[in-house]
Design a protein around this ligand. Sequence first.
Ligand code: NAD
Ligand code: MG
Length: 386
Amino acid sequence: MTRRSLSILGATGSIGASTLDLVRHERGAWEVVALTANCQAAELGRLAREFGAKIAVVADESCLPELRDALAGSGIEAAAGAQALVEAAARPADIVIAAIVGCAGLEPTMAAIEQGRVVALANKEALVSAGDVMTEAVRRCGTVLLPVDSEHNAIFQCLAGNDVADVQSITLTASGGPFRDWSIERLSVATPGEAVKHPNWSMGAKISVDSATMFNKGLELIEAYHLFPVGLEKLRIIVHPQSVVHSMVEYRDGSTLAQLGPSDMRVPIASALAWPRRMDTPCSRLDLASIGELTFRAPDEIRFPATRLAREAAEAGGAAPAILNAANEVAVAAFLAGQIAFTRIAAGVENVLSSYAAPAPASLSDVLAIDREARIHAREMTEALA
Ligand code: NAD
Ligand code: MG
């Protein structure tokens, strides 16, 4: 078997760790090119040594001395800053795993796409913000985006061998998050500690809060809208607390295909890494008899307005999804810092969406400008709410 090469943007995060764990199980099959992180220099240096990476990059330039120390004598290149991150993402590799959290991952992800690299996309915020700018670049550069997000990976698998013209509907499943059954009164006093404790998945802090507010499903609705061109009206959301059915595609003949699996991100990551083949994984296998029951219910958009806001932003199109995403990133950071109440996250995002508008972005720099501007509005808003 020929060795394949990969780079991981966001190697020190939860998705980065799951990806490297799969590589660890198939050491001989992979050559690691670039590993990146925001700052965790000691951890990044350790990973770069373990996997024999060619280059390690920290986005935060103040962390470069620590990275140099961590890599001393290894012969592995150390670099820092936004430009170094973009250059590392553009390096030749058979597959680039986009696993940075937030719109911070947009520029390096676009750099990989512009070089025609196959991109395994976990970084949903980048696609939500850039939308057509990203999908148009994917087309122009003749490459593919392989969805890593478990729902989109499930849909991708259920669409294989079919024509999107025959799709009647696509249903994204949502666990409902840790506050699924909480009252509005209880939600208003939810703490960051409670929000990051997800019942089914172990993930980074930002996506855990998104899961609790249901913004994660809102972002995923917009992500699906761009990945699977069936039209917004054919995209649905259903709450499925067990997180066993990862999503479903219904066809015009009445057949519904679903993908099932354990709540382990290594499964969708492996599906992207091996695509169009399959690879072995060390994951536990689905045991339906011990799970016993799979349940489903409609989402409650009164307690969790995020999916409504995301659908409205997708319908409005243009700059709205980038504004929604930026406002949510700022609001989540403010919530995690103890500055605003949990229920103010969605209220704040709605406020920014109704008070700030921008022309539709036509380029990457337009998207970045909208993101910057929306963050300024969102910070003013969170300060007012604090
Ligand atoms: P995480 O917080 O665990 O890791 C984020 C990674 O990005 C880290 O390596 C961090 O160093 C890096 N990073 C953070 N800020 C950065 C910046 N400003 N510049 C450069 N690098 C930066 O996050 P995660 O849970 O691994 O999620 C990563 C992405 O994958 C998110 O977009 C998330 O929505 C998506 N995703 C995650 C999961 C999951 O199970 N964790 C599932 C589906 C999708
Ligand atoms: Mg998901």
